[in-house]
Design a binder for this molecule. Structure first.
Ligand code: UD1
Ligand code: MG
Length: 450
């Protein structure tokens, strides 16, 4: 591609009424990321320099804030009335530059890949003035149909305006359309709203381009990349397609997923080589599992890092800010939040460790709880390297357990423990010989045992 810079106009103004949701359609997540976020990420992966103009609806403050966080350099435009996709693009008129190619993307089409967008751009470089990304739909209902004459694209017909014969066509419009520089504004200005919906259809740009003797082209891609999401059922279908893609990438990267269809990943989940993931594991956003680590069955991991050789689960929960060190072990029914578990440390059973550091090689016994919250504020617990925390201990933060210290089982620790010290924080056991009879009211004889 000679000219490498491109403007992407991302349409996100639709209300998505068929979603029946208080959330704008494009903010519904797929693989832990709003659909709009997928489109923005994909633009970032395309070849060359990209600028972004996003079109949102009035009052979509959440979408505006999301754009500000995710793509701070994007310009944001408000389509005040929802009058159709061409009208939406023209809401971004101030950003439409005559000196670069422009590609329109829909915020409700999260599966499109950068390679496919690059292929569409190549169609422009190869001489097309307007190029449409098309796909062969298993069920074309609801999609605009591509009216072809041999290799020439003559028009796009929206479902509602299509004749019975045109409805038979399965080659459909994905919504991704590329315009050679200098063309988009004048083509869109020529679009009217004389159609079944009374909307300004972006898709009418094709017929207008053909009438002006411009060259149009259709580039085909697999349906799985361009499913549009208008309903919750389609959202579930997009999720399934995205999960299939993410699992395939994890396997391709050298991880073993024993039952891939039961592992749920986020778009940004990073899984290294020789990682073993047992069945029924869920990864929320921002998680990394390094080479050679194991995640055992039924674990829930979000915003966490697992270093190489660590073993997590079964039934572990890693929450945001959990950093599990090399060779560390997090066992069943252990929850870790905002805590660093250093190399080789073990928290094997039934514990909550939050706002803490567990030093290298420390052993945290079953049932240990860091009492990090006093009802108002969160406090830190520091456990030194090589320390041993006996089972069923409560560490009342802020508190620190020195390196190599030993906390006796069942302790409630409210004061710092010095390095190497042995701390007891429990009631002393007393014993009354024969006292059982007095308590139970029954003679303590072997005959009464059932
Ligand atoms: C659109 C296409 C159709 C294509 C399908 C692919 C048109 C006229 N039709 O239909 O050919 O097969 O996508 O999924 O383009 N939007 C706005 N403002 C508006 C209207 C829509 O921003 O006034 C945005 C929506 O938020 C959405 C996108 O444009 O992200 C597409 O709109 P939608 O209503 O979903 O169009 P479809 O009926 O799916
Ligand atoms: Mg749609």
């Amino acid at each position: 591609m000679t000219d490498r810079s491109c403007l992407y106009v991302v349409l996100a103004a639709g209300e998505g009424t068929r979603m029946r949701s208080a959330l704008p359609k494009v903010m519904h997540p797929v693989a832990g990321e709003p659909m709009l976020g997928h489109v923005l990420e994909t633009i970032g992966e395309t070849t060359g320099e990209a600028s972004i103009a996003a079109v949102i609806g009035p009052g979509m403050d959440g979408v505006r804030q999301f754009l500000g966080r995710k793509s701070p350099s994007a310009s944001v435009h408000v389509q005040t009335e929802r009058l159709g996709t061409a009208h939406a693009v023209l809401a971004a008129r101030a950003a439409l530059a005559a000196d670069r190619d422009t590609i329109v993307l829909y915020g409700d089409t999260p599966l499109v890949t950068a390679e496919t967008i690059d292929r569409l751009r190549r169609a422009l470089a190869d001489g097309a003035d307007v190029a449409v990304l098309g796909f062969d739909a298993a069920d074309p209902s609801g999609y605009g149909r591509l009216i072809m004459e041999g290799n020439r694209l003559l028009a796009i017909r929206e479902e509602r305006d299509a004749s019975g014969e045109e409805k038979q066509i399965t080659f459909c419009n994905s919504g991704v359309i590329a315009f050679k520089k200098g063309l988009i504004a004048e083509l869109l200005d020529a679009i009217g709203n004389d159609n079944a919906k009374g909307e300004y259809y972006l898709t009418d740009a094709i017929e207008i381009a053909v009438a002006r003797g411009l060259k149009t082209a259709a580039v085909a891609c697999p349906e799985a990349e361009v499913q549009g999401v208008n309903t919750r059922a389609q959202l579930a279908s997009a999720e399934a397609a995205m999960q299939a893609r993410l699992r395939a990438a994890a396997l391709e990267g050298g991880a073993t997923l024993v039952a891939p269809e039961t592992v749920f990943l986020s778009r940004d989940t990073r899984i290294g080589q020789d990682v073993l993931i047992e069945p029924n594991v869920f990864f929320g956003p921002k998680s990394t599992v390094a080479d050679g680590a194991t995640v055992r069955a039924f674990s829930h991991i979000e915003g966490a890092t697992v270093a190489s050789g660590a073993v997590v689960g079964p039934y572990a929960r890693l929450r945001p800010g959990a950093a599990i060190g090399e060779g560390a072990k997090i066992g069943n029914f252990v929850e870790v939040k905002a805590a660093t578990v250093e190399d080789g440390a073990k928290i094997n059973h039934l514990s909550y460790v939050g706002d803490a550091r567990v030093g290298a090689g420390a052993n945290v016994g079953a049932g240990t709880i860091t009492c990090n919250y006093d009802g108002h504020n969160k406090h830190h617990t520091d456990i030194g390297a090589g320390a041993f925390i006996g089972s069923n201990s409560a560490l009342v933060a802020p508190v620190s357990i020195g390196e190599g210290a030993y906390v006796a089982s069942g302790s409630v620790i409210t004061k710092d423990v010095a390095p190497g010290a042995l701390a007891f924080g429990r009631a002393r056991q007393t014993e009354k010989p024969g006292g059982a009879e007095a308590v139970s009211g029954k003679p303590n004889s072997k005959d009464s045992q059932g």
